[in-house]
Design a protein around this ligand. Structure first.
Ligand code: ZN
Length: 260
């Protein structure tokens, strides 16, 4: 089994060929795709896509780049959306101190509010942490949430250990295939496979050998193969274990006919 635990199939980059992309993922052996909402409009699109495709699940939430647009009704709308049955997590939420599109104080405030909302909804969280490692960990710890994933984990092994101790998974993107990604490769080597998920984050972060092109779920195979090479395992084992981790985190129980 193979799962892309973090894609953005609802984004406009896939408007012209979304069904082809989904078909190519199936042909490449990708059994499930979790498509991740980043604002209210795209969360709705993600949920709609999950409704139309048996092998797609959705998450909902407001990305740190978009929290400036949270209005009076946004959280109520998200709560309502969370009742849809293929919504498996809350996120991606977090802090982005690299691009700083929204002032940091406001990012922190909205991250805190959304962590509380996730807790209220009993949903695991998908965390976006870019150059805000300490603050992200601190926020998660004070929320008391113990189920979630650091998407595109970019910390070092010391941080990885803290995340694992806190009950979180770490998700590995295609960036791991780049030669310069030494810290990420070191984390992948040392962290047990039982704590890792695989993701594309498509349309972004295309792995080698397709770097420079738009990313898509079918390319997750290259990420699985690189993780396998680093850990000295077969790529089938990496795919299977990371898929089981994804199912466990998101409480997905595939129906017998979708589970080959
Ligand atoms: Zn993402």
């Amino acid at each position: 089994m193979l799962i892309d635990s973090h894609a953005h199939l609802e984004m406009k980059e896939f408007d012209n060929d979304r069904n082809d992309v989904i078909c190519r993922a199936k042909s490449a052996g990708v059994d499930f795709i979790v498509t991740v909402g980043t604002n209210l409009r795209l969360s709705r699109r993600a949920v709609a896509l999950a409704g139309q495709n048996e092998n797609i699940y959705a998450t909902i939430g407001i990305h740190p780049h978009d929290v400036g647009k949270i209005g009076n009704k946004t959280y109520d709308d998200l709560k309502e959306l969370a009742r849809e049955k293929k919504v498996v997590a809350y996120g991606e939420i977090g802090l982005d101190y690299f691009r700083n599109i929204v002032p940091q104080a406001e990012q922190l405030e909205k991250f805190g509010e959304q962590l509380q909302l996730a807790k209220e909804l009993h949903l695991p969280v998908v965390i976006h942490d870019r150059e805000a490692h300490e603050q992200s960990l601190q926020m998660i710890k004070s929320s008391g949430i113990h189920q979630g994933v650091f998407h595109c984990f970019s910390g070092d092994y010391a941080m990885a250990k803290q995340c694992l101790d806190w009950g979180f998974y770490l998700s590995v993107p295609g960036v791991v295939t780049f030669n310069k990604s030494k810290t990420m490769q070191d984390v992948v080597k040392k962290v047990p496979l039982s704590s890792l998920l695989l993701e594309t984050d498509c349309p972004y972060l295309t792995p080698d050998p397709f770097r420079g092109k738009r990313n898509e779920p079918a390319y997750i195979v290259h990420t699985a193969k690189k993780v396998a090479e680093i850990k000295g395992l077969s790529w089938e084992e990496v795919a299977a274990v990371s898929a089981q981790n994804t199912l466990a985190l998101f409480h997905i129980e595939p129906s017998p006919d979708t589970n080959k």
